[in-house]
Write a protein that binds this ligand. Structure first.
Ligand code: SF4
Ligand code: SF4
Length: 442
């Protein structure tokens, strides 16, 4: 079996959050393969620890992915502040005699260093065009946990586990490996909190992750962390504002200072994303559709909304409102060929992570979350058939079947983009309906 098929059969998807099937990415031919080890979301601690714990496996998986994509160079992007991890990686690259091919480049400790387009620029100096993806400038980007999963796929092991950081206003901050499909509540209780009545949980990082509407969900292959905060925490209040309320506040208060635009990482890369114009569009019900289409250029990093705006308004939400309305009218952004250059002020307008953490009110919680040896053994797992970009997996088992860990339980529909799913524990299939395959441990 060739490597691309191994990666596909192992059900590997981007472990960094988006969940794009990795085999589809690596089917492209690229000049550079880049590893995203930036982990720029405050409080999350998965990638930096995995790179220290499994350098050989990650480097080998990364190298194999690079060769598969025909890349001439493989570059690991990691923040310069992780000096020990960088030394481990460089030593290992030398020991494996891969120095000609794999390099480590240090990233500034800014948000959002891990945005794919920011990463591509920082590592190669290339600018992904508006509404484009890294392959448009000859780059493929994989996350460090994805590289580890590629290594495991070569050993014949599919994706059945996920590393997750549990962080926030809690007694026990930790990072833990759990079976895919584990009840989220089992993971949350590792925090040392039993009763969550007074708490809200962000699914992912504090900048881009949504506040979970309920805590009855299940871990997926793209879960990365849970940030637990008191319900009255400023960040939770900001993130749970209702759309109508945000619209009303936006209309009443925007002073058009354009701080949201001046600090927008996509604008700074030379794109035409200008959230202050979306605020204006909504405030004055402007009808210029061409002007509004730039709303498609937003990567939803939330920097404008949670840091830049001095009035505490909701420019990212304004983008989303405009985009929604454009989508309803079937109006799309059409990129025009042009030369891109970063804005000259970019170097002075990068947002240091420390300032961001302070502004978010997370300084007291910005602490290590070490990987624990603790093993979670859930009695039942619920494995979502759709936890990736593309078509849902089709169940290959039925209620009552016995399955063993690693067994294929859901396949990709013929001719579709998607990723298969595998049993994360050995046991009996309870049901295959309602978007999940449930397995009870023997
Ligand atoms: S949304 Fe905020 S930052 Fe943007 S222009 Fe209005 S007041 Fe200024
Ligand atoms: S969320 Fe705001 S800062 Fe981020 S890309 Fe969109 S407009 Fe720019």
């Amino acid at each position: 079996m060739n490597l691309l098929d191994m990666i596909k059969d192992a059900g590997i998807i981007g472990a960094g959050g988006a969940g794009f099937p990795t085999h589809a990415k690596l089917a492209s031919k690229a000049e550079y393969i880049l590893m995203n080890g930036a982990e720029c979301e405050p409080l999350l601690r998965v990638d930096q620890q995995l790179m220290a714990m499994y350098p050989e496996e990650i480097i080998k998986g990364f190298e194999a992915a690079g060769k598969l994509a025909g890349a001439q160079q493989a570059i690991i992007g990691i923040k310069g502040k992780h000096k020990e991890v960088i030394a481990i990686l460089r030593d290992k690259i030398q020991a494996l005699q891969l120095g000609e091919y794999v390099a480590v480049k240090e990233l500034p400790d800014v948000y959002p260093a891990g945005d794919e387009q920011v990463l591509v620029y920082e590592l190669t100096g290339r600018i992904v065009p508006e509404a484009g993806i890294p392959i448009h400038v000859g780059c493929v980007v994989v996350n460090s946990e994805t590289a580890l999963n590629i290594y495991k796929a070569i050993q014949g092991k599919p994706v059945t586990e996920k590393y997750i950081t549990v962080a926030g206003d809690i007694p026990n901050r930790l990072t833990v490996k759990v079976p895919v499909g584990t009840p989220v509540m089992d993971v949350l209780k590792l925090s040392g909190i039993e009763n969550f009545d007074d708490y809200a949980v962000i699914d992912g990082g504090p900048m881009m992750g949504p506040v979970m509407a309920n805590l009855n969900g299940f871990v997926t292959k793209k879960s990365k962390g849970y940030v637990i905060l008191k319900k009255q925490h400023h960040l939770i209040r900001r993130k749970t504002v209702k759309t109508e309320q945000a619209r009303r506040i936006n209309r009443a208060t925007c002073e058009q200072c354009r701080m949201c635009t001046d600090l927008c990482p996509r604008y700074l890369l030379g794109h035409n994303m200008q959230p202050h114009k979306m605020m204006r569009t909504l405030a004055y019900s402007l009808k210029d559709m061409e002007e509004q289409k730039i709303a498609y250029l937003c990567c939803q990093c939330n920097l404008c909304e949670l840091f830049a705006c001095p009035a505490g308004l909701y420019p990212k939400s304004a983008n989303m409102m405009v985009k929604q309305s454009l989508m309803e009218q079937n109006l799309r952004f059409q990129a025009k060929p042009k030369e891109y250059a970063v804005r000259t002020a970019r170097a002075y307008r990068l947002l240091p992570s420390k300032r961001l953490v302070a502004r978010l009110g997370l300084k007291d919680f910005d602490k290590p979350a070490p990987v624990t040896e603790l093993e979670l053994r859930p009695e039942t797992v619920q494995i979502a058939v759709c936890q990736h970009v593309g078509a849902p997996a089709v169940p290959a088992v039925k209620a009552g079947d016995r399955v063993t860990e690693g067994q294929l339980i859901g396949t990709v529909p013929e001719g579709s983009l998607g990723a298969p799913i595998h049993a994360s524990i050995s046991g009996t299939v309870l049901e295959t309906e309602n978007g999940f395959i449930a397995i009870r441990r023997d």
